[in-house]
Write a protein that binds this ligand. Structure first.
Ligand code: 5GP
Length: 170
């Protein structure tokens, strides 16, 4: 398999990306999203490139509810490679603009669940783009409960220091 370097040709990059998808697919328990990427399960596809795939959610919270997923089959965001994360980050604003334009919404939520206790049902990283229609009785979009606590100075200093230290070890 070719190795990528600064001077790698586009053909080499495409070959590597295509083989990576096959390798990922074999190495991991098949999720429904891997089957969708592979075309084994139908979907309303919106966009695909070497690294990401976008399609309509089958159980939409509102009209235009879209899912953006990496082809890399990481289960949760913290397991995702920098390359896939960058590809998702590049696509999110463009895809959001397209969802807004097509749905007519002017507001939307981006939701990304990690872990069953955080409401993740499909164990393959995905971003929900959910148009918000606050005046609709049905299909209004994401309803959020936000039971905000408080942050005292001492706790804030300790937490920020702990997270900063952990980040330095990344
Ligand atoms: P989660 O709760 O894991 O963040 O969200 C998973 C999402 O995947 C749900 O909104 C669900 O409707 C969607 N979903 C599950 N299975 C399928 C499927 O086979 N096709 C499509 N298009 N969406 C799916």
């Amino acid at each position: 398999m070719p190795r990528l370097s600064e001077g790698s040709s586009i053909a080499d990059r495409r070959t590597l990306a295509a083989r990576s998808v096959i390798r990922y697919s074999r190495g991991m328990a098949e999720t429904i999203f891997l089957k969708i990427i592979a075309g084994e399960i139908p979907c309303h596809k919106i966009y695909e490139d070497d690294q990401v795939f976008a399609f309509l959610d089958i159980g939409p919270l509102s009209s235009g509810h879209t899912l953006l997923i990496p082809k890399e089959p990481a289960e949760t965001l913290d397991q995702l490679s920098d390359e896939s994360a960058a590809a998702l980050g590049r696509m999110l604003p463009r895809l959001s603009r397209a969802v807004l334009k097509a749905s007519g919404a002017t507001a939307f939520n981006v939701l990304q669940n990690n872990g069953a206790s955080a409401h993740q049902a499909v164990m393959h990283v995905h971003f929900h783009i959910i148009p918000r229609f606050p005046d609709s009785a049905e299909g209004a979009g994401l309803g959020i409960e936000w039971p905000a606590g408080t942050l005292d100075n001492e706790t804030g200093q300790r937490l920020a220091a702990d997270i900063t230290a952990a980040l330095a070890e990344e």
